[in-house]
Ligand binder design. Structure first.
Ligand SMILES: *Cc1c(COP(=O)(O)O)cnc(C)c1O
Length: 362
């Protein structure tokens, strides 16, 4: 159950629609059996049920989203706590970013209070009928790398349309699914890609659907070549680190400084990125948000890792660029990445004090 990043959608979903200048909201209970009954279904019968659940009544197929990638989304997680409750990590930040992404596409922005209310409610409605994740003490042994959580995917879909256009009356839908680790065990090498994820004045700083085609292609090519992750460089000089395929990137340098590329219109402002910067500086690690060249990253990094809601903090054991490869920390997850991971996951899974008030109870 809950391996990787597969879609095993929970029954309750949230659907809002903007028309006549207001949002009308609904919670919909999609077809389901009890979790125990579903667990004993044949693979085929379960796939059939999951397809029904993924078919949302009243949602059209031909839209600006399906035709032109004009849409945006969020990703956040609810973490099971030792006391049996569930807490969502920094949903207020996702709420702001979602509104910003929608407005960046000239859609009506989804109100942050409705976002907060609906993400909590949809997790709770599913938990109330047994579709949830329970805390497991065994996760503590590997800093929760094997931990499971409830992933939330709010997204905006446009009204029907075939011409290239902006959206004035979108839907906002939130679905949830259990998830485990995003990057599988095994190789964790990265390779730079010649492809360009985002360009100045483009949409790289929005969580816009259209950005992810290039990421998917680049990641596929990296995997085909025997790596786990693709690393993008900037478009103008082809010299500075930008991001992983859908995660922010960090270098811990020999000087004792933790560096991540500064935000601009080609970097997605990750909430994990922001949290890692805060945790690191509170641990006494010097942090810098600035341009970092591939040459500096390769010659001066003791550790490299990528961060994101799905990726968590994923150590890169090596980085290859133009045929030259460097291995970090003998290929073992480094001290700084390990300390940050323990702290972040500890807060998320309720083992460390949440002194920043990041966790929101559902
Ligand atoms: C979502 C995303 C991230 C990570 O953001 P988080 O808020 O930490 O999940 C980084 N880069 C890209 C391109 C993303 O889409």
């Amino acid at each position: 159950m809950a391996k990787g990043f597969s879609l095993n959608m929970y029954p309750w979903i949230y659907v809002a629609k903007f028309s006549d200048n207001k949002w009308s909201e609904n919670y919909i209970e999609q077809p389901h059996k009890t979790p125990a009954e579903e667990a004993s279904l044949s693979e085929e019968a379960l796939a059939d049920l999951l397809l029904k659940r993924n078919t949302i009544p009243g949602i059209p197929v031909i839209t600006y989203t399906s035709q032109y990638g004009n849409g945006c989304f969020e990703g956040l997680k609810a973490f099971p706590q030792p006391d049996g409750s569930l807490k969502i990590f920094r949903p207020d930040e996702n709420a702001k970013r979602f509104k910003n992404s929608m407005e960046g596409l000239y859609m009506p922005g989804f109100p942050t209070d409705k976002f907060m209310e609906s993400v909590k409610a949809v997790v709770k409605k599913n938990a109330d009928i047994g579709f949830t994740v329970k805390y497991d003490k065994a996760w503590e042994k590997d800093n929760f790398l094997s931990g499971t959580s409830v992933y939330l995917r709010p997204f905006a879909l446009t009204e029907p349309g075939i011409g290239v256009n902006i959206s004035t009356s979108p839907w906002v839908i939130t679905i949830t699914t259990p998830v485990g680790a995003y990057f599988g065990a095994g190789t964790s090498g990265a390779v730079t890609t010649e492809r360009i994820r985002a360009t100045p004045k483009g949409t790289g700083n929005l969580k816009a659907n259209s950005n992810y085609v290039i990421s998917a292609i680049a990641k596929h090519e990296a995997i085909q070549a025997g790596f786990m992750e693709a690393v993008f460089l900037d478009v103008e000089e082809r010299k500075y680190l930008e991001e992983g395929s859908s995660a922010n990137i960090f270098c811990y340098l020999k000087s004792g400084t933790l560096v991540t590329p500064d935000l601009g219109d080609t970097i997605l402002p990750g909430i994990t990125r922001k949290s890692v910067l805060k945790l690191a500086s509170d641990m006494g690690i010097k942090t810098e948000e600035r341009k970092i060249s591939i040459d500096e990253a390769m010659s001066d990094s003791l550790e490299m890792f990528v961060t994101g809601t799905a990726a968590g903090i994923t150590f890169l054991d090596s980085l290859q660029h133009k045929g030259k490869k460097v291995v970090f920390n003998n290929g073992k997850m480094g001290n700084v990445a390990t300390k940050l991971l323990a702290k972040l996951k500890g807060i998320q899974y309720g083992m460390e004090e949440d002194k920043y008030d990041w966790m929101v109870k559902v």
